[in-house]
Design a protein around this ligand. Structure first.
Ligand code: ARG
Length: 465
């Protein structure tokens, strides 16, 4: 028997049931749904719609339901369409007739919005925490030996040498924006929809502000229709994950390149690589490939959500139930990537000799030569041309660039640029890739990292009933 059987003469067709049930995936939200229900019960007491004794009975039934879910023994009944109806049905079984008062003044429409918001709010903090940890791992791996360097690339062509620490930090800085975005998403969405009812509020004396406060929301909705139809926060979180996933995919691609024999810059630990079922010599960087590949589903999930929302009339429509699978999928999968990638970076063995040899490619000193000429007072374009001619001559004749430079009158005085590590050291401008600029970047990093950790802590402690 469904909760709305009063209105109907015939029961739902099987095919419709299978299409519309969502318990199979929204049971993952049981904890958040129970949190919302506890606040609603206290709101009903405050409104004089439940006595303290009645509320006590319902609250202990809610606790019991939580224990059943925690222990994996909650028994779904055939009529439990979604997590909300399953919990209400079980509460009524456990608490008796008083359980039937739980849904007073509430609709599944404001209930589901509250439940999903509580989930997104927790997920934003949890993800931000793990993203920041990955960024910190990247910094630690770089700092563990700040003398290592490798070529930096543009167009995947060798461009200028860069410190490994600086290179890894580039990814860490990108991740700080993901942390900021997640915290901002959480801040913007922290408005309670509970009390909006089906779409228009209620005639009962419920105070949405009271339950909002209990649930740690900054405030309650100003417009009941917006409250039940808004899923911006789901789309925003899915965007945050998609953007983060794009960052992770770029890191993954880089690890794939670095660990190839062609680059040979790094090896991942045995515990972060896989073998081949056929080829005995293979050591594959699957972790990096999955980090790269998962971005596809993150972008797909965001697209799904935006398309579901597009053109929906106010207020609640069942289409909105399609928010949950993309949301749960993105959150679950990006967590897997974050944890595995952090481990992979910690296991990384960097092959300094190979990377350094590549970074000592003499052509990468070309810009240094041009800049020495600029210091002598030559316009940069002229300097660029003189050095460019020397490069061209070396490439065409097969003579080493150093020899050609030594034989070029304008350049001969500057062969010191070819000394090992010289061009790296000369990248000294603020935020630059060499060892002179690095300490300031480290200091800036520490400030930003501390600031984000503090914001995370404030967000975390300011919540929950
Ligand atoms: N399972 C539904 C969802 O996820 C709950 C809300 C159902 N509301 C309704 N009016 N049918 O959206």
């Amino acid at each position: 028997m469904t909760l709305w059987h009063g209105r109907f003469e015939e029961s739902m067709a099987d095919s419709l049931w299978r299409l519309s049930e969502s318990f199979s995936f929204d049971q993952a939200l049981y904890r958040q749904d129970l949190t919302g229900s506890r606040a609603h019960v206290r709101g009903l007491v405050e409104a004089g719609l439940l006595t303290d004794v009645e509320a006590g009975e319902i609250l202990s039934a809610l606790d019991e339901v939580e224990a059943e879910f925690d222990q994996g023994v909650f028994a779904r009944q055939a009529t439990d369409e979604d997590i909300h109806m399953a919990i209400e049905r079980r509460v009524t079984e456990l608490a008796g007739s008083v359980g039937a008062k739980l849904h007073t003044g509430r609709s599944r429409n404001d209930q589901v919005a509250t439940t999903v918001k509580l989930f997104v709010r927790d997920a934003a903090i949890d993800l931000a925490d793990h993203v920041l940890s990955l960024a910190e791992t990247l910094m630690e791996v770089g700092e563990s030996d700040p003398t290592r360097y490798l070529p930096g690339y543009t167009h995947l062509q060798r461009a200028q040498p860069v410190l490994l620490a600086h290179h890894l930090a580039a990814h860490a800085w990108g991740l700080t924006r993901d942390v900021d975005r997640l915290l901002e998403t959480r801040r913007r969405m922290n408005v309670s929809p509970l009390g909006a009812g089906a779409l228009a509020g209620t005639s009962l004396p419920l105070d949405p502000g009271y339950t909002a406060q209990l649930l740690g929301f900054d405030r309650s909705f100003a417009n009941s229709m917006d409250a039940v139809s808004d899923r911006d926060y789901v789309a925003e979180l899915l965007f945050d994950v998609a953007m983060l996933g794009v960052h992770l995919s770029r890191m993954g691609e880089e690890l794939v390149l670095w660990t190839s024999a062609e680059f040979g810059f790094a090896t991942l630990g045995d515990d972060f690589t896989t073998g081949s079922s056929m080829l005995p010599q293979k050591k594959n960087s699957d972790v990096a490939e999955l980090a790269r590949g998962k971005a596809g589903r993150f972008i797909g999930n965001l697209t799904t959500m935006l398309v579901v929302l597009k053109g929906l009339p106010l207020a609640y429509n069942r289409d909105l139930q399609e928010d949950k699978e993309p949301l749960l999928d993105s959150v679950r999968n990006v967590r897997l990537v974050l944890d595995a990638l952090a481990g992979a970076y910690r296991s990384l063995i960097f092959h300094q000799a190979t990377a350094q040899a590549a970074a000592e490619d003499p052509y990468m000193a070309a810009i240094d030569l041009a800049e020495r000429l600029v210091e002598e007072g030559r316009p940069f374009r002229e300097a660029h041309e003189i050095v460019g001619r020397a490069v061209g001559e070396s490439v065409r004749s097969g003579r080493s660039f150093r020899d050609v430079v030594a034989a070029t009158p304008e350049l001969a005085a500057h062969v010191a640029v070819f000394a090992p590590g010289a061009t790296l050291r000369s990248r000294s401008s603020r935020g630059g890739a060499g060892p002179v600029a690095w300490p300031l970047q480290q200091e800036t990093w520490r400030m930003v990292d501390e600031g984000l950790r503090a914001r995370l802590e404030v967000a975390r402690t300011g919540e929950d009933v």
